[in-house]
Design a protein around this ligand. Sequence first.
Ligand code: DOR
Length: 435
Amino acid sequence: MKTLIKNAQCVLPEGTTRTNILIEGSTIADIDPAASITADEVIDATGLHLLPGVIDDQVHFRDPGLTHKEDIHTGSLASARGGVTTFLDMPNVNPAMTTCELLERRLELAASKAVVNYGFYIGATPDNIDELKKARRTPGIKIFIGSSTGNLLVDGQDSLERIFAETTLPICAHCEDEKTVRENAERLGGGKSFADHSRIRDHEAALIATRRAVDLSTRHRHPFHVLHVSTAAEVEFLKSAPDWVTSEVCPHHLYFSVEDYDRLGSLVQMNPSVKNREDCEALWKALAEGDIDVVATDHAPHLLEEKDKPYPQSPSGVPAVENLLALMLDGVSRGRLTLDRLVRTMSENPARIWNMKGKGSIAVGHDADLVLVDQQKPHPVRNEDQITRAGWSPWHGVDLMGSPVRTLIMGRTVYANGRLDRTPHGQEVLFDRGG
Ligand code: DOR
């Protein structure tokens, strides 16, 4: 099967240019072939931009064990709708994914349910170092240095030293200092309001844990990725980190601050917590200037009836995967970042950081994971339209500017003109381990 995408403004690694792309089977076969070349399908993309598919390297699709909130099928459908062609999922499912056997089982599950491409981090515990050492079919190791949803936590220094010293896979971590969070919670009687969430999971907690993890990575020269940076202070600190340390921001930390608790309550309760307006501004600036490497969602769905509980029983986390690209296109429309930066941080960099084979850029021989976007098309976010099983978005009521209009996974159109192909053709991501 040959597909020709004609006349798109293509965001290539060397720059944006209006050209044609030929896909053969699941691969990009040619860039700039003659427009007259024969193909089984021709897509006229005049007026649209063609981007490499988005790689969301931080999602929680809750499968297995918590599938009343989401599963791999619903989460991957939401991804396809949003222009996300590959997701990397977190291990805080039930049972927590901390062994190679559970990883294999999860990969089998995904093969039967995923509409887009997939990979799964293996979770660290204080005593599963042997599993972490032998794991192969995974992007890397996830450490909860501070606890969040679920019971994964490694905060003992000896355990952390061993993981950084003895394993070779890249590591990413949830950085909030457990001791600081516990002390704050005690001082505030456990917390009485949603706003207390940001006093408990405060600026200090984030900075202390990020410093600690970067120190481990520096001493052990171990590739390390800081998930969901939420403070200006972390951004400043990370500027002096070694170049094998990379960092990530989530849309909710760019868009929301403590000022939004009055309006949105638990709908903006997540870990790390939202911080101050100045932190949002510092994060946007760092993103635009190349001081943050990745934008990803931390898509963490919970049902509204769960979110309706009073603090601190209300769970932390927000869904976002189907709006990720539109949120950042809206940032482009408001001059917050360039389209080029968007593609670096949402496709190229995650592919490079996690050593993915054939992903992250529009290049001959790469997988044809692609998204066409219309920068002039409004993208209204409404709860009733959300595909995630959670059925809501903290951006409900917002009209974003710029929308994904067509998503191709391995050469197949999976989303176009408001319609989704629900068949699970997603494929396991392969990782380059240097032979
Ligand atoms: O708010 C969050 N929710 N942060 C996390 O790190 C985990 C996530 C979840 O799984 O619910």
